[in-house]
Design a protein around this ligand. Structure first.
Ligand code: ADP
Ligand code: G6P
Length: 485
């Protein structure tokens, strides 16, 4: 059901739409409060929000009764957010059933985990339609609507149809994918492959993190829909749809400023004392099978088994619980717990615990202090759209110049020159990279850090968002000018 007009529009010309809102609601007694949501999409868009004003439209995570909705709507409005409510059954099948059990595994090269069910597909269509109705009620002539991610791939088409039917003019629609887009060889497995492509092709501009993802999308359009494409556009239904590469980033000043606060300095001091005489490797991931946490643990085990001398090394792995209603995620928790137990049992002593495993979200000050204390950050995603943890680590390393060991299967590996790039599937290789990283001379670490930092400081969340919006405006103006000829 639609949010009211005042909620979404309130004078805003840019409307950002995503499944997840930046805040998750928590109920204490009869009162509702907010907690910041985790994930790269929320981190990047929150960074952009510091630079650019927009209304953020999304699903509040569950359904609420009429009285609660009034309270929640007004709380959300104070944060320039607006809710699209879905009944719990639709939400479950759309979010867990279709988005996270079909599109997510397929887009991350896990077709084995994909379970296609018609009821989930129906719910995905219903949920996208609910978003379209909510937006159509508030979008005005000339507005910019920026749709995010794999949850909302039918929305551009549904929204365009509603706007055209009601005679709205000049609305620019953009869509950005935060995950990889897989090779067309894999994408073509999807039973509803045509509908999904046609859904996004109603937008004016489609954005991807890397050139490879954009290329895979273009070849899917050619091979599945038989459309004409160039290196950066598709001709669909008599319109030219622009396809571009816009690598996302973070707000690095949030990290450098936090490092100057007494809270983070104090915590960093405590951690330094706690880990005195030890080297620290940090891992920060949502507990998702694409993050390669088992691969990381196995590589650390291999590293420990080969290590003969030098300081003790600990791995601090923070894993935020994620999508616990999907079976694959529940199984993952079991196998990760087992590996942590085995490795700690094998290499631990009374004085030394090799792996500190935190299965929860940590607060921002704690997160920054952990990044700052770590000599190495280890990212072993088996596929990952971008991976912003790699950027956050760099933004927190001005003092230590720690080493980033990064999987070649994360989008970030295409931009982050200066990282030690590894094949996350090759346990020996990752173990050797850890040894190399921990032994790297200070001058080399500093040079790598400078290269990495230059990139992260320039390619921020704000840079990403403003580049996309500038391009969307340009593409649309060019299309309008052509239509007048
Ligand atoms: P994804 O979007 O797949 O979760 P990213 O690496 O792009 O991956 O973004 C993850 C975001 O979530 C980062 O901003 C990171 O700081 C945050 N995050 C991940 N794990 C935790 C955690 N355990 N505690 C707090 N924040 C976390
Ligand atoms: C990835 C997706 C985002 C999502 C995030 C967290 O980054 O691209 O759309 O918000 O993971 O996942 P969740 O299912 O908790 O929203």
């Amino acid at each position: 059901q639609a949010a009211s007009e005042g909620d979404v529009a309130s004078g805003a010309h840019l409307i950002v739409v995503s499944n997840r809102l930046p805040v998750t609601l928590e109920q204490k007694g009869t009162e509702w409060s907010f907690k910041l949501s985790s994930g790269g999409l929320v981190s990047a868009l929150s960074g952009l929000k510091r630079e650019m004003s927009f209304t953020w439209v999304g699903w509040p995570g569950k359904d609420f009764g009429a009285d609660d909705r009034i309270k929640i709507d007004s709380l959300l409005q104070e944060n320039s957010c607006s809710a699209v409510y879905l009944d719990d059954e639709t939400a479950e099948l759309y979010y867990n059933g279709f988005a996270n059990s079909i599109l997510w595994p397929l887009f991350h090269y896990h077709p084995g985990e994909m379970i296609f069910e018609e009821t989930a597909w129906d719910a995905y269509q219903r949920a996208n339609e609910a978003f379209a109705q909510a937006l159509a009620a508030v979008v005005k002539d000339g507005d910019l609507v920026w749709i995010q991610d794999y949850h909302l791939m039918l929305l551009p088409r549904m929204l365009r149809a509603l706007l055209d039917n009601s005679g709205r003019r000049g609305v620019k629609i953009g869509w950005f994918l935060h995950t990889p887009f897989p090779s067309s060889e894999l994408y073509r497995i999807l039973p509803v492959r045509r509908q999904i492509l046609e859904g996004v092709l109603a937008a004016d501009l489609l954005g991807f993190h890397t050139y490879d993802y954009a290329r895979h999308f273009l070849s899917s359009c050619t091979r599945i829909l038989g459309l004409q494409t160039t290196g950066d556009s598709v001709e669909a239904g008599g319109r030219v749809v622009r396809v571009g590469t816009f690598p996302i980033g973070i707000d690095p000043s949030k990290f450098s400023e936090a490092l100057q606060t007494d809270e983070v300095k104090g915590r960093l001091g405590e951690l330094e004392r706690r880990f005195a005489g030890e080297k620290v490797i940090v891992g920060v991931d949502r507990l998702d099978y694409i993050k390669g946490v088992p691969q990381k643990l196995l590589a650390f085990e291999q590293f420990l088994s080969e290590r003969k001398e030098g300081e003790r090394v600990v791995l601090v792995q923070v894993a935020v619980p994620s999508r616990g209603d999907v079976e694959e995620y529940r199984q993952l928790i079991g196998s990760v717990n087992e590996l942590v137990g085995r490795i700690n049992g094998r290499f631990g002593t009374i004085e030394y615990t090799p792996i500190h495993f935190l299965h929860r979200s940590v607060g921002f000050a704690e997160l920054v202090a952990l990044y700052a204390v770590a000599d190495v950050c280890l990212i072993t995603s088996t596929r990952d759209g971008m991976n912003l943890v790699s950027y956050e680590y760099v933004a927190s390393q001005a003092q230590r110049h720690g080493v980033l060991v990064l999987s070649e299967f994360a989008g970030a590996a295409q931009s982050l020159d200066g990282a030690v790039i590894v094949n996350a599937w090759n346990i020996e290789e990752v173990a050797a990279a850890l040894a190399l990283a921990l032994a790297m001379p200070a001058a080399q670490r500093e040079a790598s850090f400078r290269t990495l930092h230059r990139y992260v400081a320039k390619h921020t969340a704000a840079y990403w968002g403003t580049s996309f919006i500038a391009e969307l405006t340009r593409v649309r103006q060019a299309a309008d000018a052509a239509a007048l000829l």
